[in-house]
Write a protein that binds this ligand. Sequence first.
Ligand SMILES: [Zn+2]
Length: 178
Amino acid sequence: MATEWQMPPSTGQCAAGDRAFEPGDAFRAYLFATPGGYERRDYCLACAPPAGEAPIASWKARHAAPSAPRRRALDVETVYALFEGLAADGPPQQRQLRFVLALLLWRRRVLKLTDTVQEGEQEHWRFAAPSRGDLHVVERPPLAEEEIERLSAQLESLISGQVPIDAVISDASGVANA
Ligand SMILES: [Zn+2]
C-alpha cells in the first residue's frame, strides 16, 4: 500500500465490490492513515469498511458523470467540515490530519495564521477563520517539512474533485474500533 498515494480520487466503484457507481449516486469516502500516507476508499451507502479498519475521517459525496469536466477544485466547505470535525486532542493520526487540513485551508485563505506558540517540545499554530469568527489552535505534528508537504499534496488530490452532499464528518472521533 506504500505507493497508493498516487491513486486517482475515485475508483468509480464501491470498495466492497458490490456495485459500480452511476452518475449521481451517493457514496461515502473514507480516509485511512497508512504507512505510505493517506489512503482513500469509497463505499456505497449500504457498505462500510471492515470492522477493525478504522478510518480517520469520512465524508459523503456524489459520483460525478464521467463526461462532466473533472472538477479539480478543492471544496473548501468539505475541507472545513472535515477540519472542524476533528478533535484537537484526538489520536495522533487525527491530530496530524487536522494540521494538514489547516494548511490546505490556510493556503486558500479560509484560515489565517495568527501566530505559533511553543510549549516545551510541542509547537501549536493558531489560526483564525475571519469569515466565521472562529479561532483554532492546531498542534504541529512531529514530521519533517517535506513529509508534511507530501501528505498535504496527497490529501488535496484525494479530496478534490468531489461533489459533496453533506460535507460532514461523521465518525472521525470513533477511531477506537467502534
Ligand atoms: Zn457497496
